[in-house]
Design a protein. Sequence first.
Length: 328
Amino acid sequence: MPFVTRRALAALALAPAVLAAPALAQGTFPARLVTMIIPFAAGGPTDTVGRLIAQAMGADLGQPVVVENVGGAGGTLGAQRLANARPDGHTILLHHIGIATIPTLYRRLAYDPINAFEPLGMVTEVPMTLIGRRNIEANSLAELVALIRRRGENLNYANAGIGAASHLCGLLLMKAVDTRMTTVPYRGTGPAMNDLVAGTVDLMCDQTTNTTEQIRAGTVRAFAVTTPERVSALPDLPTATQGGLQGFEVSVWHGLYAPRGTPAPVMERLNRALVVALGNEGVARRFADLGTAPVPAERASPAFHRQFWMADIAKWRPLIQAAGQFAD
Ligand code: ASP
């Protein structure tokens, strides 16, 4: 066979493979492991939620979903990592309510805090609890309020940086009590909890996904849950309103994000895996144990998630502006 003909045949033989390449690339997503960025330190509540979801999503996707903790600066370092990631679905982010407060709190960021991300679906809504070191000089919320008013900036309030839920909860608490405390920032409330248990900081407000087991074990003292209703995982804990502190209400929601520009079929595949993970019995059982639950199916859609996120940005903006504490 003449050389030219052989080359022509080879080209013909290759043609279908070349033509099929884009379809194959989409069809085989994920082509390798998926990295789930957690914008807070390991051992904290966002990490706990993320690891449970990552494992169940990985089982559905047929590739591991590996958690990478990128803590610091109230979650903005981890979010920035996603903003700079390739939009191919192999890097996703689990963030919490901070993604709705950061656009107001941070006036100078190296990424666009709204347009850099595509919502994939909400994950869970978690109550917050107000807790103190085990030997703090208050036995009830009323006594704690009196202590805060008396000692003010001599009390250390731990949080995960400006933009964290613990920061937001602290702002609301200090506003409700009308007294400032000294804030001590960490890369996440996992390490902050270690210091609270050790008694080197005085107070913290954090998700039940981090506090339930410590409260049950008596390693910290709990004063209130910040939702309108009590939580079944901690039935003896009063709500802040029951404890006499009106207007101190916040619950934390988590959502999953891909970088803007991620192809629609990849977004759909990731959302399907999220929905499967939220329906996983083991995930639901562990969530219940930690005082939370997977969101109902309709909230796990990208459309609902986007609408909820935008409404939350609008809800928190005036409160943050009134508090006048910005990150820059
Ligand atoms: N719960 C923390 C916060 O936003 C963050 C974390 O460590 O998960 O305050």
